[in-house]
Design a protein around this ligand. Structure first.
Ligand SMILES: [Zn+2]
Length: 224
């Protein structure tokens, strides 16, 4: 979902990733032309949307994104682009990036399937990043316990449990537990957070340390 905060007047461009402030949306109108937003009856509010279109202030991008906000529920629907996918660097294994992207693509239409894919994505990260492989994800997450903070561990185990809803049938096959799109969205955010904290932080740290070691070595050379 496009990250827009209309109260603060900020958004993150879904194309170039730049966080920015806007003074006012470029265009803004109600889809139900015959009804005024403030005097609208409940019945019309339910089917009415405010359209906001925003143009990126980054001169290298300047692309436009469009969102619709439901007047009654404030639910946001992304019109352009419909799916926002963060592009992750190549040093994150391709399979993990693919699962993440696929989860993103189906999130609104099938949150349960998205949660299952995110669970698989998590398992791939535990295998690859931590080198932990056990008989199942539950056992793998148990081994992860002393490697992450208690809060992170609980959330990671929560993702496993929620992902299980789509992966396995309940004992009572008539029992259907639904996952809402905004709940799947939070799971997606957790994966994004872990990609940042694990892969990107490690890569950035290694790059900085390598540079400093290089600087120290060249200074040492100069002293000789
Ligand atoms: Zn942009």
């Amino acid at each position: 979902m496009i990250n827009v905060d209309l109260e603060k007047g900020t958004y993150i461009c879904p194309y170039c990733g730049h966080a920015q402030a806007f003074t006012m949306p470029r265009h803004d109108f109600e889809s139900c032309g015959f009804a005024f937003k403030y005097s609208m009856s409940e019945k019309y509010k339910e089917c009415s949307f405010i359209i906001h279109s925003l143009q990126c202030a980054n001169k290298g991008c300047e692309r436009i994104c469009v969102i619709a906000l439901n007047i009654k529920t404030n639910k946001q629907i992304d019109l352009l682009p419909q799916v926002t996918i963060k592009q992750y660097p190549d040093y994150i294994p391709e399979q993990i990036r693919k699962d993440y992207e696929e989860a993103n693509l189906i999130l609104d239409r099938s949150p349960k399937a998205a949660a299952t894919l995110l669970r698989r994505c998590l398992q791939g990260m535990i295998h690859d990043f931590w080198g932990i492989k056990e008989k199942n994800l539950n056992a793998e997450i148990t081994r992860l316990k002393d490697k992450v903070t208690p809060m992170q561990w609980k959330a990671i185990d929560g993702l496993r449990q929620i992902g299980n809803i789509g992966a396995h049938m309940e004992k009572d096959v008539n029992l259907m537990i639904d996952i809402e799109p905004d709940e799947a969205q939070k799971l997606l955010k957790l994966i994004e957070m872990l990609l940042e904290k694990w892969y990107i932080a490690r890569h950035d740290e290694e790059a900085l340390l390598t540079e400093i070691i290089g600087i120290a070595e060249s200074k040492e050379e100069q002293r000789k």
